[in-house]
Design a protein around this ligand. Structure first.
Ligand SMILES: [Zn+2]
Ligand SMILES: [Zn+2]
Length: 227
């Protein structure tokens, strides 16, 4: 181990919110190497890309927690300037390929065709942003191929639409399953330490501890912690 490696790496995070669904896209970067990843590029992708340029960041990947329209609609614009690998879990590929139909169902139109997702998220492996490692955790239920990205060294998890401050993801869309979602949250989110920050696809950030004790959808998932 070198003195500069390991726990000294620092992840910076900024969220960019926009569109009909007020989706949060994230720009995450390693402060040491200035390498960055874009997570769930939605309607505010223009602002996100401008910030990456302002900060002098080198974006090396796009990570998609899942393939719902609001999390991928920024990809056509992103692709104009960034030709970087796009990561998606294969179980969400069918949704991804139907993005135009998803848009239609909401009376919207995609700004262009989506680029090919050329990398596959494999649960149990990790992906890196500079020197920061993210575990890929499989969290289906809101979408069949939903993943959560957890950076143990940073105590931060990008949870997409799995869990929100005081709520959980909807399960009434194609491929949704409430029991599966609750099982995913119990297995992959509530198993994390209480002080882990949860950065969701909608609304403000929260923590594992706050949701464990105060989220009305999860109280039955943590028996004994609700006084
Ligand atoms: Zn979603
Ligand atoms: Zn969403």
């Amino acid at each position: 181990m070198t003195p500069t490696g390991g726990a000294s790496e620092k992840l910076e995070i900024r969220s960019f919110t926009g569109g009909a669904f007020s989706e949060n896209g994230y720009l995450v970067w390693c402060a040491d190497t200035k390498e960055a990843a874009v997570v769930d590029p939605g309607a505010a992708v223009g602002e996100l890309l401008a910030a990456a340029t302002d900060q002098g960041l080198q974006v090396t990947a796009v990570f998609l927690t899942h393939a719902h329209l609001d999390h991928v609609e920024g990809l056509p614009e992103l692709r104009k300037t960034l030709d970087v690998p796009i990561y998606l879990h294969p179980a969400d590929r069918a949704l991804y390929d139907r993005a135009a139909q998803q848009a239609e169902a909401f009376g919207m139109r995609l700004p262009g065709p989506l680029p090919e997702p050329d990398r596959v998220f494999e649960p149990g492996t990790s992906v890196t942003v500079g020197e920061v490692e993210f575990e890929v955790r499989f969290t289906p239920g809101h979408a069949p191929g939903h993943v959560t990205l957890f950076a143990p060294s940073q105590g931060v998890a990008l949870v997409g639409d799995v869990v929100f401050a005081g709520s959980i993801g909807r399960t009434d869309l194609p491929g949704g399953d409430m029991q599966q979602l609750l099982a995913s949250i119990r297995r992959e989110i509530l198993s994390l330490p209480d002080d882990v920050r949860l950065l969701p696809g909608h609304g403000p950030e929260t923590t594992v501890g706050r949701e464990r004790t105060g989220n009305p959808f999860l109280i039955s998932q943590s028996p004994g912690t609700w006084a």
